[in-house]
Design a protein around this ligand. Structure first.
Ligand code: 13P
Ligand code: SF4
Length: 327
C-alpha cells in the first residue's frame, strides 16, 4: 500500500471532485503543490484563470475561474486581485494584461505558444489591408498583442459570427484561422477573406474520424470545435467554442458523447456528469500542457513570468479587444 503524504488528507475535499479522472497515486504527487498554491493565492491576493484545456488537477484543483477564451477575457476585465496567473497559453495572458495594465499578470511558462498566434505577424496584417483597401480586419484572439494592435476588432470562437455581422459590411478579412473563417463563412452572408493559419491540434481531425466514431459507438453525439476543418464540422452534431460544448453537454445530457478537441476538455466535463459516457479520442495541445501545478507554484513563489507589453502597442490592441467585449 502506497504511503500518502499528509497533504493528501488535507486536500481530500478537492480530491473528491476529481477522483473519477485522477487516480489516488497521481493525486498523492499533486497534493503538496495544490496545498501550496492555495496558500500562495491567499498570501499574494492572486487568482488563477484557467482555460478549459488545462489538466483536471489545475482546472478543478487550483483554478478560481475557468472557461473559454471569451470568458477568461471577460473575467480578466473584472478581476479584483493584485495578481492574475493565467493557466493557459501566452496570448491569453497577453489579453488579460491588456485588460489589466496595472496588475501583475503571470504566465507560468512563456513557451506556452499557439500555432495560430505564430502563423501571422503584424506586417502580414498590413499587407492584407493594402491588398484589400477599406475592408475591416477581424482577428481571432489567438493572436499576439502586436497583431491585435493592427486590426479593427477581435473575436473568439464563441462570438465570431456575431462580430463579423456587427460590422455591417459585405466583406471582412478574418485571421489567422482559415478553418474558423470558413466555418463562419458557411453561416453568414458576409464574404470572408481568410488567412492560411490553422490550429495544429484541430486540423488533425478528419471527416473519416467522425464516420468511424459513429460506426464504432452507435448513437454517439459528436461535438467539435470550429477550429476543425469544415468537412469535420459538416459531419458533427454541434460545433462551438469550448464553453459552448460544455453547455451543450450540460443542457442536452447526451448519454454517449465525443468531443473532438483537446484531451483535457472531456476529463474536465466528465467530472461534472458521471452518468454520461464520454468516448475519448482527442489530440493534445503541447502548448497548453506546458502549464503544470509545479510551474504555477513557482510562478506565485518567484513572480514568474510577468507579461509586459509596450504601452503604445497595448493601447491599440486593447481597443480591438474592448470593441469585441462591448458587443
Ligand atoms: P475557446 O475560445 O473555444 O476556448 O478556444 C481556444 C482555443 O485555443 C481552442 O483551441
Ligand atoms: Fe492554439 Fe490549437 Fe493549442 Fe488552442 S489548441 S492553444 S488554437 S495550438
Amino acid at each position: 500500500m502506497l504511503a500518502m503524504p499528509e497533504s493528501f488528507s488535507r486536500t481530500q475535499a478537492l480530491y473528491e471532485k476529481v477522483r473519477r479522472v485522477i487516480p489516488p497515486a497521481d493525486w498523492a504527487l499533486f497534493a503538496d503543490d495544490v496545498e501550496a498554491i492555495q496558500r500562495l493565492k491567499r498570501e499574494r491576493n492572486a487568482v488563477i484563470l484557467a482555460h478549459n484545456y488545462q489538466t483536471p488537477e489545475i482546472f478543478h484543483g487550483v483554478a478560481d475561474i475557468v472557461g473559454d477564451s471569451l470568458a477568461l477575457a471577460r473575467e480578466a476585465m473584472k478581476a479584483e486581485a493584485d495578481v492574475i496567473v493565467l493557466a493557459g497559453v501566452y496570448f491569453m495572458a497577453e489579453t488579460a494584461k491588456l485588460l489589466n495594465p496595472g496588475k501583475t499578470v503571470l504566465i507560468p511558462d512563456t513557451g506556452a505558444g499557439c500555432s495560430l498566434a505564430d502563423s501571422i505577424r503584424p506586417e502580414d496584417v498590413r499587407l492584407m489591408r493594402a491588398a484589400h483597401p477599406g475592408v475591416p480586419v477581424v482577428a481571432y484572439v489567438n493572436t499576439t498583442a502586436a497583431v491585435k494592435a493592427e486590426v479593427d476588432i477581435c473575436c473568439t470562437s464563441g462570438n465570431a459570427k456575431k462580430v463579423v455581422e456587427s460590422l455591417g459590411v459585405p466583406k471582412v478579412i478574418m485571421l489567422p484561422d482559415q478553418y474558423l473563417a470558413k466555418n463562419v463563412a458557411a453561416e453568414t452572408n458576409v464574404e470572408i477573406i481568410a488567412w492560411a493559419g490553422q490550429c495544429e491540434v484541430h486540423e488533425r481531425f478528419t471527416a473519416a474520424d467522425v464516420r468511424e466514431l459513429r460506426e464504432a459507438h452507435p448513437g454517439v453525439t459528436v461535438l467539435v470545435h470550429p477550429e476543425c476543418p469544415p468537412e469535420v464540422v459538416a459531419e458533427a452534431d454541434f460545433a462551438g467554442s469550448t464553453a459552448a460544448m460544455a453547455d451543450y453537454v450540460g443542457d442536452k445530457r447526451p448519454p454517449r458523447v465525443v468531443l473532438l478537441t483537446e484531451c483535457s476538455m472531456s476529463d474536465n466535463i466528465a467530472v461534472k456528469y458521471p452518468d454520461l459516457d464520454f468516448v475519448r479520442p482527442c489530440n493534445l495541445c503541447p502548448h497548453m500542457k506546458k502549464i503544470t501545478l509545479s510551474n504555477i507554484r513557482r510562478a506565485l513563489e518567484d513572480n514568474l513570468t510577468p507579461v509586459e507589453i509596450d504601452p503604445e502597442m497595448a493601447a491599440r490592441a486593447r481597443t480591438s479587444v474592448e470593441r469585441m467585449l462591448a458587443l
